[in-house]
Design a protein around this ligand. Structure first.
Ligand SMILES: Nc1ncnc2c1ncn2[C@@H]1O[C@H](COP(=O)(O)OP(=O)(O)O)[C@@H](O)[C@H]1O
Ligand SMILES: [Mg+2]
Length: 352
């Protein structure tokens, strides 16, 4: 079988590339392919391509075409993975390739579609969120300044009041001004600085789980599926607790306290977040089997003041998103009746 010397440029590439000979045996695969297909180059070497990818009729036709000199791109090949309910969607380009020494080979390029879509969507959401953040910030500024004046004036008035019982009114003004100020602070998330310490993600999830079970001791079941290989994360443990708590509380409220919440963690390799590629990231699924998010609201749930509950503030998810963003991560959500899933992606620091 032909052997292909690893080219430094292919080794550094984040696109998955593998080379096969005309019998479809693997002669080379780059580290990005190893990460994507979760197989070592050593193990893959010499294997038929069909061992690594689902060898459907279209892929077979594409390989034949490549041997005959033309290239083909196959859209959205579904690669089932053990231990995962969602298949990996791959765009696959198969192209002929001749080595210096005249050997005919075939290059197979794999691109993750879901990840590409996710990155595009993430950028789009981020833009919307940034714009919204700008508005909230400007609005907060406009509210807080006069609020300070209002509060100061109420205090001065309080001292000048001739009758004690009138103070009740100035007390209400001060109290409401403080409440509004607190709300604005929470909306802008400007009230806390971000801690930067190592913390254990599973400890955060367990903390939230226990806290929730203390609040709702009956009717709620937590399922846990934690990936023990997840290293420590760096950041603000308290803020992460708050983020997870806000998501879990929503699930509990949506299910009216009865149902199953599944917590699942996984390590993700070569993962792009906010345009930065991380060697390691973690994925957290928080899934509930409640009624789901109102479809009319799903695009806006992370916005402040968006709520579907009569007594809601609409701040829970905005605060969660802000906290996760500040850790370089992101939150996503998919929902249908019976299954709502929030996915948190967080980079593992120290690998940049
Ligand atoms: N797991 C879930 N199931 C159903 N609806 C949800 C879920 N999570 C969030 N929501 C919807 O998103 C809205 C916004 O949530 P959030 O930002 O926490 O604000 P609040 O809880 O104050 O309403 C909720 O009011 C609810 O309608
Ligand atoms: Mg909430």
């Amino acid at each position: 079988m032909a052997s292909v010397a690893p080219l430094p440029v292919l080794e550094a590439l984040t696109t998955a590339v593998l080379v096969i000979d005309t019998d479809s045996l693997v002669c080379y695969l780059n580290p990005a392919t190893e990460a994507l297909l979760e197989i070592s180059a050593q193990r893959a070497h010499g294997q038929p391509l069909g061992e690594l990818l689902p060898m459907g009729a279209t892929l077979q036709a594409a390989l034949l075409a490549a041997v005959e000199g033309s290239s083909t791109t196959l859209r959205e090949i579904a690669l089932e993975r053990p231990g995962s309910e969602t298949p990996l969607l791959l765009d696959c380009t198969v192209a002929p390739f001749t080595t210096w020494s005249g050997n005919g080979l075939v290059v197979v390029e794999l691109a993750r579609v879901d990840q590409l879509m996710r990155i595009t969507r993430e950028a789009w959401l981020q833009e919307r969120q940034d714009a919204l953040h700008e508005i909230v910030r400007a609005l907060a500024h406009e509210i807080k300044n006069p609020l300070g004046g209002l509060r100061g004036a109420a205090q001065l008035l309080d001292r000048e009041l001739p009758r004690r019982e009138l103070r009740e009114y100035t007390r209400i003004i001060t109290h409401e001004a403080d409440r509004l100020g607190g709300l604005v602070d929470r909306m802008t998330g400007s009230f806390r600085v971000l801690g930067r310490e190592p913390f254990n993600l599973h400890a955060v999830l367990e903390h939230v789980r226990k806290l929730t079970l203390v609040e709702i001791p009956e009717g709620l079941v937590f399922e846990r599926d934690y990936d023990p290989s997840i290293p420590e994360l760096t950041g603000d443990r308290e803020q992460m607790v708050q983020a997870v708590l806000n998501i879990v509380r929503n699930a509990v409220q949506a299910m009216a306290g009865r149902g199953v919440i599944a917590l699942r963690t996984r390590v993700r390799h070569q993962f792009t977040l906010h345009n930065r590629r991380h060697r390691l990231a973690v994925e957290v699924w928080i899934t509930d089997d409640g009624p789901g998010i109102d479809p009319a609201m799903i695009e806006k749930v992370f916005f402040p003041m968006v709520t579907g509950r009569a007594d809601g503030t609409g701040l829970g998810l905005a605060i969660a998103q802000e906290a996760v963003n500040r850790h370089g991560g992101t939150i996503e959500c998919v929902s249908r009746p019976g299954k709502t899933r929030f996915t948190l992606y967080l980079p593992v620091e120290g690998d940049a």
